[in-house]
Design a protein around this ligand. Sequence first.
Ligand code: SAH
Length: 373
Amino acid sequence: MQTATEKVNLLDLNQQGLTDFFVQMGEKPFRATQIMKWIYHEGVVDFQEMTNLSKALRQKLETVAEIRLPVCVTEQPSADGTQKWLLEMEDGNRIETVFIPEKGRGTLCVSSQVGCTLNCTFCSTATQGFNRNLSTGDIIAQVVFANRTIGKQGNRAELPVTNVVMMGMGEPLMNFDNVMRAMEIMNDDIGCGISRRRITLSTSGVVPMMLRMREVCDVSLAVSLHAPNDELRDELVPINRKYPIKTLLDACKHYVEGKPRRKVTFEYIMIDGVNDTRKHAKQLARILEGVPAKINLIPFNPFPQSDFCRSTPQAIQAFQDILVAAGYTTIVRKTRGDDIDAACGQLVGKVHDRTRRQLKMQQQKVDAGGLLQ
Ligand code: SAH
């Protein structure tokens, strides 16, 4: 949708892009670093407050450029300190962003798409269908927004967001260029200054893009595995039919090759009676042999449209014990913010669905209801 504003959103541009932008305007290249420091270090988004820019330049920027932040529709603080925001973008689509404070760090869970094109059966974002990829500006704006909002609340001198996980709505590798550029700005010292190790991209396993990412942006990699064999993974994570486990694990090995001490994090949702038996744990230990791996067990988070249940604490413990005995660092991810539906897989914005998936699901329900009567 083309809006009335044809202005350049400066959040869409990395340092090089901003430099080119200013040079084209007939300005000095160093204006790029000046403006980035205002935005990403100071959280200033009003040109008039950028006091080291001349008045004339500020005026000119007002007419040709903007720094477009989303509008916060609701803010939900959880009892455990987790904060979830529903953010509306210019076109009316809404996404969710979650801030998770922990001792000495603040992790922001960032969305990469409005909805998702994949159809993982255990994920509530999937029920929303898909509208569009987020722009670089939409992605980095979530970090700027969080730093401004938490910074104000906490009155903190340092930036509140110290870690980013690309684990919000969407499949980040299906929006490759915009996500890579946004992560570059997160990492840039003149940008958010977050080291590559503290930026984690989570993927369901888009193998060709994992290989490309290795070449351009060396962040931490997490893979949503969730099943130890193709038969089960085909059901839970349908993209597995295209890129099966062996191909996926080869890509994982390749990602960390030649990087000592680097590991891939494997996320594994614990779903009662589906993928959580001792047999599954042993199979998982076997297939990960030779892959530098850490394992994150995630207790399944329920949502209304799902029939799955969370594994019992005993099942999770037994599963973890088997993996630890096999030599894998294995942690059970604490469920944060589940009282506000901010936990993994519970993020649903408001997607103007183009895939008609929402409609189809409603139809299926009506049909099923009809059969029951
Ligand atoms: N599409 C990417 C990024 C989303 S990350 C990916 O699949 O990795 C969100 C994480 O939460 C993934 O590991 C996802 O598999 C997990 N998740 C999704 N639904 C969940 C649920 N209901 N309970 C727990 N974890 C879930």
